[in-house]
Design a protein around this ligand. Structure first.
Ligand code: PLP
Length: 556
């Protein structure tokens, strides 16, 4: 049962990969030359837009997706079954007044079907409620390397909460603060403060009316330059960047080929567009090619007319799996089948590549090869909003056709300034090496943390260069315990369970940051170990990947 699923095993049919998986099993061969997270060994760092690593990127692409051990899967299902049985009994007791019902109930309206009655409310009432304290924790500080969590207690097992007034200052492994720009002091914050004094906070108008400020123009131009594309448009909300722009790109008669694990904003945008959506298996290039071939050969259903457009929709880093899109392969397929690519770099922009320019930079592909380059400012830039980059024609079209450019209020000036300032730091325009230092620190932290946890026998998902690190917990009881026990020991983490993950793949998810020091990482690993022993979490039966201490170092 201890085989791997996911991107590597799916590609077993491909000759080049077969030899390497067969020879190395769980491991990938050590890269002798070439790039390490885009950092070139023995030479200049990887150059954005140059194709120098493209031929050998497979050699340095390590992703692990160890399958759920059979016994653990059985015990996890039994755990959920037990919770459902207990939930049913308690619902029965509540119906007969034996137990007090504290849930919100709908007034009974004669002749109406209930508005909220569903399996989800049963799940929320009886299962989620028991661990509610692990989510929606109130925070009272900046989302930096450390964070203040406001302590709460529940007098009635998760129905209600009271704040104790105490703040727990703990290490923050839950925020998407990849480059540590979520800070409340320093040059970027000073600049934002100046901007508040100049422009105020709100804009109070949409871009098409009185909301288009000089700072928006500056931001659009800076984003385009940063991405290495002709033009860009920025939007005040990342989610809306996807959901409101996709309908302006595809419509009825078009086909969207969407990775099955794409973000909700991409799914919503796809649905709103009216295009037909086919999903393909996560990061599985064989499945994507099969669907592309089918689409090109058979055309639209019933009429068999050719599709007006085919749009492949992918993410740079998948935030629940920690995997990285196989971009060079996606681009190869897009060219072969004359499709378009929409790439969401929400979690990869800033966090991947030698210059922090995302997955495009990581693989060293030409940004012009990606038709629609989307990303958000909410993660690596410590701000808010999103962008789309591409050709001038594309951006001009979106400016006049996308709901996000016409209807919502424009981005607040301080929010725009935060992005401008952080991009200046990342590109060295501020005259320092701070940006490069942060990019490297994050890349080093990622490999160091992942390697140490792999060595200790935990099952981790994802790519060795992904700063999103999911650690598999499986059983529902362990999810709540893991979250509470790590917090008690001084570490805030996010735990994710059904319905956000499959029932038997519940996990903790660590988000690494350049704001984490080595001492913090070592302390976090000690805490995970401590809790891991308590909950018996060392499930892996495969040898640890063989990327070495030397691979952790990023050679100049
Ligand atoms: C892949 C992806 N796209 C888009 C978004 C939406 O971005 P935002 O949170 O900035 O609205 C997210 C949010 O986390 C995301 O993970």
């Amino acid at each position: 049962m201890a085989t791997r699923r996911g991107s590597l095993s799916q590609e077993k049919s491909r000759e080049d990969i077969t030899t390497y998986t067969a020879a190395h099993g769980h491991r990938s061969p050590k890269p002798e030359k070439g790039h390490v997270n885009g950092f070139k060994k023995n030479g200049v760092n990887g150059k954005n837009g140059k194709h120098e690593h493209l031929s050998n990127w497979h050699n340095d692409f390590y992703e692990s997706f160890e399958e759920t051990p059979l016994l653990v899967a059985i015990l996890t299902y039994l755990g959920y079954a037990l919770l459902v049985v207990i939930g049913q009994i308690r619902d029965l007791m509540r119906a007969y007044g034996i137990e007090k019902d504290k849930s919100c109930t709908e007034p009974k309206l004669e002749g109406f079907v209930p508005l909220f009655l569903s399996w989800e409310s049963f799940y929320t009432r009886n299962l989620y409620r028991r661990a509610r304290d692990c989510w929606n924790r109130p925070i009272s500080s900046c989302a930096g390397g450390r964070i203040d969590v406001m302590e709460r207690i529940s007098p009635d097992y998760g129905w209600n909460f009271k704040l104790t007034g105490k703040k727990l200052n703990v290490m923050n492994f839950g925020s998407y603060n990849y480059l540590g720009f979520a800070e409340n002091s320093g040059p970027c914050t000073d600049k934002v403060e100046e901007t508040v004094k100049q422009y105020g906070v709100g804009v109070c108008a949409s871009r098409q009316e009185m909301g288009y400020m000089d700072i928006h123009r500056e931001l659009d131009e800076q984003v385009a330059e940063y991405l290495g594309v002709e033009a860009a448009i920025t939007v005040p909300m990342g989610f809306a960047t996807n959901s409101m722009n996709m309908p302006a790109l595809v419509s009825k008669g078009c086909l969207i080929l969407s990775d099955e694990l794409n973000h909700a904003s991409l799914i919503l945008g796809s649905r709103l567009s009216g295009a037909l959506v086919w999903t393909y298996k996560h990061n599985d290039m064989a499945d994507l090619e099969k669907k592309l071939r089918e689409a090109v050969c058979f055309g639209q259903p019933r009429t068999h007319r050719p599709w007006k457009k085919i749009l492949i929709v992918v993410e740079g880093v998948y935030s629940m799996e920690g995997s990285i899109v196989r971009l060079p392969d996606v681009l190869r397929l897009k060219k072969k089948y004359k499709a378009y690519v929409y790439l969401d770099e929400a979690h990869s922009i800033g966090a991947l590549g030698p210059h922090g320019k995302g997955v495009v930079d990581y693989f060293g592909v030409d940004p012009h090869d990606v038709d629609v380059l989307m990303g958000t400012f909410t993660k690596s830039f410590g701000s808010a909003g999103g962008y789309i980059g591409g050709t001038k024609r594309l951006i001009k079209h979106l400016r006049t056709h996308a709901h996000s450019s016409i209807y919502p209020m424009a981005m607040p000036a301080p929010t725009a300034q935060q992005v401008i300032s952080t991009m200046n730091v990342l590109t060295g325009k501020d005259g320092t090496q701070e940006g490069l230092k942060r990019i490297r620190q994050l890349a080093w932290n990622t490999r160091y943390f992942r390697k140490r946890l792999h060595d200790r026998g935990y099952i981790l998902y994802g790519n060795k260069d992904s700063p999103v690190v999911p650690l598999l917990l499986y059983m529902p009881s362990k999810v709540a315990m893991f979250s509470r026990e790590t917090l008690r020991r001084g570490m805030a983490t996010v735990v994710v369970g059904f319905p956000a993950t499959p029932l038997i793949e519940t996990r903790a998810r660590f988000c690494l940051s350049a704001a984490h020091t080595k001492e913090m990482l070592d302390e976090a690993i000690r805490i995970v170990d401590d809790v891991g022993d308590l909950l018996r979490l060392r499930y892996s039966s495969l040898p640890a990947p063989d990327f070495t201490e030397k691979d952790i170092q990023l050679v100049e």
